[in-house]
Design a protein around this ligand. Sequence first.
Ligand code: HEM
Ligand code: HEM
Length: 337
Amino acid sequence: MGSRVPTRFGARTNLGLLLLLLGAFLTGWLAFAYATAPARWSLVVHATSGIAILLLLPWKSMIARRGMSRNRPHRWASILLGLLVITSLLAGLAHSTGLLVYAGPFSAMEVHVGAALAAVPFVVWHVAVRRIRIRGTDVSRRNFLRGAVVISTAAVAYGAGELVVRATGLPGAARRFTGSYEAGSYAPGLMPVSSWMFDSIPQVEAKDWRLRIGDRALSYEELAAFDDRVVATLDCTGGFYSTQVWSGARLDRLVKDMRGASIRVVSHSGYDRRFPIDQAVSLLLATRFGDQPLDAGHGFPARLVAPGRRGFWWVKWVTAIEVDDLPYWWQSPFPTQ
Ligand code: HEM
Ligand code: HEM
């Protein structure tokens, strides 16, 4: 009997951690998928789950200490998992408070998401190898109440944290609803350069470049002659946002034959994104920002401007635009390259 109590306590804490890790992971990506109101709500749930993980760590450290004393193989992988989760948590808090937004070449947000992604295989391994058995008695009113106490404490801690950030005037107080910080708005030279994952910056020569639209090919001069303008905010998943005056050609004016279900915009690097055809009117293929030509880092010769969408939709170094019958959702929700 003496040993049963701590065992069940361990299984419940571990199950709680698993649910919270899943919750934080899913709501993090949900927030990245939207640049509109749902982003804020998913981030409230996200932050609450993250803080609830922190609250459970003292209990988990008791379980971990017991586990360590059992001297099982591959303990190092559990320790590495711990380091990755703690790195992700600290980087998330550093970003949200604004205490550390950039760490060397990386933003705190990149470290936050990078550590979380790196933790995924370790979580899968850990849960598969250090298996827990759930019993009927674990699904009790009492355990629901315990869970509710942890989650409400985390929610209150999150709300209090946000109040403290505002009251003390920490940089985090100036975050947008997506959690991003303003950078270089209306000053193209100060706008940060960032790309999705491992996309590297190509040096494209204007004279060699052509934009393929169906069976037509436009030169840089032909495209640069368009002067449709839009003021739009690029909100990067790396943790910053920047508003600029973009000029170029609206896709519905550029593409002659709009018969199809979706419009696909393809980069020199092979990277591509697909949009519902009726959104072509709000999409702009920009050659300039703030009346100056784009530079290589920001997508020269031409980049897509997709107002209201996160940065990874704003395809850079565009070389082709295609209209076809595939539905717009026929793509990975996040780019895979
Ligand atoms: C925040 C995430 C987690 C971290 C950092 C973590 C870390 C650790 C560490 C360092 C150990 C001790 C070393 C070892 O046995 O390999 C351990 C043991 C263990 N973990 Fe986790 N863990 C986490 C989440 C989970 C989850 C989600 C489950 C299951 C659903 C789980 C189940 C276990 C079990 C059953 C043990 C063995 C306990 C014992 O032998 O008494 N852990 N964990
Ligand atoms: C191990 C998984 C994760 C945990 C435990 C976690 C936890 C946290 C925590 C504690 C914060 C700070 C919240 C605050 O006080 O405002 C945070 C912020 C944030 N996280 Fe995560 N996170 C995880 C994974 C992710 C992933 C995979 C993404 C995106 C794909 C993500 C996106 C964000 C964003 C955008 C913020 C900024 C929120 C804001 O500033 O308001 N997180 N996260």
